[in-house]
Write a protein of this length. Structure first.
Length: 317
């Protein structure tokens, strides 16, 4: 089909050239007598049919070269069409096989000479120092001995890629993989706090770390620390959260420091009071359902700390 089209195009070009020359060159033309029969003018269809029915026609050398080059071009064009018909995977499959025997040593001398083996297993890991330099809040639960061992051993998927802040685009230790601060007991709290102070002494100026050391001494010297442990823990977390957001020099004698502890102590007392009185007595009823019964107060039978809005009169003596 392609060869047939090419041959037809060659004949059409020759016919057009013949007609153009006849229109331009008028020399040698003579009038045709009316008594003579005119020769039919060749048309495009007649030349095309004649070309199809005349295999004995031999093309000129130039035409033969053009025909040969056309056939070669047609073959390449046909191969291109066939290649486009095939469905290719936009993502070529990658071979997962890697010949590690030709990659060379995995532990080179240049890399090993830059590192020093730490014999002190109690040293603060670099992952926590990275969080401090990137201003990422470090929960106190990451400083327990169990958490430090997991960080050094790099057990599990402990890192995550940050999207905001100074650590955007970096892999930072994921604090969600560890326990919450609320699960710390008094013993583990002070154990973790000593490691937190060690980190702070390494990454902060001495004047900045001094206030946190005084804060630690104030906690351990509190005679009522056991009963106020929840308040101290919440107060310390608020201080560390604010410190990572905007570093400041901690002053344990400032009004904001004392007011912050008093607010957390009051919140813990209210929460403890609600937990102790959340379950009503078995024989009590709501004062909205039976107000007359709730108004009749009997000090001998009602439980202490009754929350009823009606109170018994006292003797004015």
């Amino acid at each position: 089909m392609v060869d047939h089209t090419e041959r037809g195009n060659v004949r059409i070009r020759k016919l057009n050239e013949y007609r153009r020359l006849r229109r331009i060159d008028t020399v040698g033309l003579c009038d045709i007598s009316e008594s003579e029969e005119e020769d039919p003018v060749p048309t495009m269809s007649s030349l095309t049919v004649q070309a199809d029915r005349s295999p004995e026609l031999h093309p000129t050398p130039n035409e033969g070269n053009r025909a040969d080059s056309g056939r070669l071009g047609n073959v390449e064009w046909q191969a291109l069409i066939n290649s486009q018909d095939q469905v290719h995977d936009p993502k070529p499959a990658k071979s997962d096989y890697v010949d590690y025997s030709v990659l060379g040593p995995a532990f080179s001398l240049d890399e090993a000479s830059k590192n020093i083996h730490e014999l002190d297993h109690s040293a603060i890991p670099n992952a926590l120092k990275q969080m401090a330099h990137c201003r990422v809040f470090i929960p106190l639960s990451l400083f327990t001995t169990q958490a430090l061992k997991a960080i050094r051993d790099n057990v599990g998927d402990l890192y995550t890629k940050r999207k905001t802040g100074l650590s955007a685009g970096k892999y930072i230790l994921n604090s969600d993989c560890f326990r919450s601060e609320d699960s710390l007991t008094e013993q583990t709290f002070f154990q973790a706090y000593r490691n937190w102070l060690r980190l702070l002494n390494e990454v902060a100026d001495p004047e900045v770390a001094k206030g946190w050391n005084l804060h630690h001494e104030l906690m351990i010297n509190d005679a009522n620390f056991t009963s106020s442990f929840s308040a101290w823990r919440a107060h310390d977390r608020n201080l560390r959260t604010s410190f990572f957001n905007a570093p400041f020099v901690l002053d344990v004698d400032s009004h904001s420091y004392i007011k912050g502890f008093d607010r957390e102590w009051m919140a813990c007392e209210v929460s403890s009071f609600r937990k102790d009185h959340s379950a009503p007595p078995p024989d009590s009823r709501s004062f909205r359902n039976n107000p007359s019964q709730n108004c009749s107060h009997n000090p001998g039978t009602n439980p202490p700390h009754n929350l009823s809005p009606c109170y018994a009169l006292y003797d004015k003596q």
